[in-house]
Design a protein around this ligand. Structure first.
Ligand code: ADP
Ligand code: MG
Length: 570
């Protein structure tokens, strides 16, 4: 774990060493100042030589200035090191998220994932910077200050360190409790994010059900639990702050009384006395530092653990090592004995299909039968458990995901649009498309007249997930994307099911246009829309039950004929 953590320092070795060196130097200066004060009082004052006193002060000023510069450098470089490591980890996380399959996203909440890429990594960045540096400097000053105290007056030094075991006890006792507390806090922040994400994302549903009070109550519970965990943390913080303050002051007082005695006895000079008191401060400061490292370390490690957990999640669908770029596909598709299930129960078993290039195949059947599932296997959103799927005779697992998915276009019932402009959303079909191609795609999808009426034309912002567009407009945008992408294989998954019949009829025309010359897999809710398909596959919970043309299936008088009859009656 730690070894892996430190491997992130490797690219920044130079920066780390520079920063570390400056921090050590600054630490040494801090140790030196009390001794300088002692020399000032004991050696310089008795000379009564103002030139010397002013010269020494000037020298001190120079050293102070250097130290100030060092501090600035340490703060800046140290944080630079932290943010460099954080940025690299964030890049890796985001990169990895792109590779994880649908199955992963089926089982993870957006809010938690967002937290991992943002908050978690911020904590790690802090620890990456402060952890090793603060710990080392703290130990160095602790030991250094003690050695100096010992050299000034060993009896006084022994009296001063008597308090150390007590402070160590306070630190470890409160440290452990704080660690537990932070952990609880972070998990409640995660739940918090999920709650807010879902509430804000689903606000339309919340308000449509008038369930604001219910949401408020759920949120109030999380909010209250967050508050009480945090209050617990502050209570601990309050106790440990005042305890360590009190013990520090106590020891100072003891040192003062004992020191006064030693001075009067002639065992200690006045300068040594003052220097010693300053050293006591230098001695105790690292203990607070160590405290804060002990406090932030668990946060960082918890974050790092979650980070490695994410990175170690192997993408369950990836290019085989010997995968090749798919050639330009004709679109002949074959399913050979394909079986699949999402988890426990199998959804598909022994599905066989042969689809000629350029033809349209329709899938019909009751909801939940597995129509969408059959189509999801083709772009390898999920992996078949048994059997193979080939396109143009090539096993889809032998092609790279990119070259396979680049040649399959999907239009679904709910179109996911991004928050930008109409132009950007159409161009998502082919990122390097020229303006003229985008306009042409919009024309083919009959989106041009809609765009012409928009206030800013192609630059109109369509709102999060396209909320400012109607259902029909969203579908047209999705179709325009497909015209632009121009794939040989097309999947239309209930693309018009959510629309009213008039709009559906309009969109159907565009879809028919889009399907021309492409192998098209269409899932239809309303059978009237697929009457002319080259082949109709009837899917039931028991699998593919009938295949044929509209006429053949009617003649068969099976499930299709019954579904057809039912819809005709409507
Ligand atoms: P259809 O498109 O025919 O309505 P689906 O292919 O969407 O049916 O679903 C087939 C079955 O698989 C259903 O029982 C559904 O509950 C289940 N299912 C669909 N998607 C998932 C998923 N991502 N995870 C788990 N089960 C799923
Ligand atoms: Mg479906």
């Amino acid at each position: 774990m730690l070894k892996r953590f430190f491997s992130y320092y490797t690219p920044w070795k130079g920066l780390f060493l520079l920063d570390f060196g400056c921090a050590v130097l600054a630490g040494l200066f801090e140790l030196g100042f009390p001794m300088a004060v002692r020399a000032f009082i004991d050696d310089l004052l008795p000379t009564e030589n103002w030139t010397l006193i002013l010269l020494a002060s000037a020298a001190l000023l120079v050293i102070y200035a250097i130290n100030a510069g060092l501090m600035a450098v340490v703060v800046y470089w140290g944080h630079m090191l932290g943010i460099n490591i954080e940025t690299e980890m964030r890049r890796k996380s985001f990169d990895h998220l792109q590779k994880l399959s649908f199955r992963f996203y089926d089982n993870h909440k957006t809010g938690h994932l967002v937290g991992r890429v943002t908050k978690d990594l911020e904590e790690i960045g802090e620890v990456a910077h402060h952890g090793p540096e603060d710990l080392f400097i703290a130990l160095m000053t602790l030991i250094g200050a003690f050695a100096l105290m010992f050299s000034v007056n060993w009896k006084l030094a022994l009296i001063a360190v008597v308090i150390v075991p007590f402070m160590a006890w306070v630190t470890s006792r409160y440290g452990a409790r704080m660690t537990r507390n932070w952990r609880a806090l972070y998990s409640s922040v995660g739940d918090f994010n999920v709650r807010i994400e879902e509430n804000v994302g689903g606000m339309r549903v919340v308000q449509a059900f008038a369930n604001e009070d219910h949401e408020r109550q759920l949120f109030a519970r999380d909010n209250a639990s967050y508050r009480s965990t945090k209050l617990e943390a502050y209570k601990l913080m309050a106790a440990s702050t005042s305890l360590s303050y009190m013990s520090m002051r106590l020891i100072q007082l003891v040192v003062m009384v004992a020191g006064a005695y030693f001075v009067l006895e002639g065992e200690l000079t006045a300068g040594g006395f003052v220097g010693f008191l300053l050293l006591v401060n230098v001695f105790f400061r690292p203990i607070e530092k160590i405290n804060s490292v002990i406090e932030t370390y668990p946060k960082g490690i918890a974050g790092f653990r979650r980070y490695t957990e994410l990175l170690d999640t192997e993408p369950d669908i990836a290019d085989r090592t010997d995968a090749r770029e798919a050639p330009a596909l004709n679109g002949r598709i074959d399913y050979h004995d394909v079986s699949f299930g999402y988890g426990g129960t199998p959804v598909l078993s022994g599905v066989n299909l042969a689809i000629e290039p350029g033809t349209t195949v329709a899938f019909v059947g009751p909801s939940g039968a597995g129509k969408t599932t059959i189509c999801s296997l083709l772009p390898r959103f999920y992996e078949t458990q048994d059997g193979t799927i080939t396109v143009d005779g090539i096993d889809i697992r032998d092609m790279t995901l990119r070259s396979l998915r680049g040649q399959i276009g999907i239009v679904q019932q709910d179109v996911f649009l991004f928050g930008g402009t109409i132009r950007e959303n159409i161009a998502y079909g082919r990122l390097d498309a020229a303006e003229a191609d985008i306009v042409e795609a919009a024309r083919l999808a009959r989106l041009d007249s809609v765009i012409a009426q928009m206030p800013a034309g192609y630059d109109t912002i369509i709102g999060e997930r396209g909320v400012k567009l109607s259902g029909g407009q969203k579908q047209r945008l999705a179709i325009a994307r497909m015209f632009l992408k121009n794939p040989p294989i097309l999947i239309l998954d209930e693309a018009t099911s959510a629309l009213d019949t008039a709009t559906e009829r309009e969109i159907q025309k565009s879809l028919a246009e889009l399907s021309k010359g492409r192998t098209t897999l269409v899932i239809a809710h309303r059978l009237a829309t697929i009457r002319n398909a080259d082949k109709i596959v009837v899917v039931d919970r028991s699998g593919v039950v009938e295949t044929g043309t509209h006429r053949e299936l009617l003649a068969l008088d099976g499930l299709y004929a019954r579904l057809h009859m039912a819809q005709e009656l409507e």
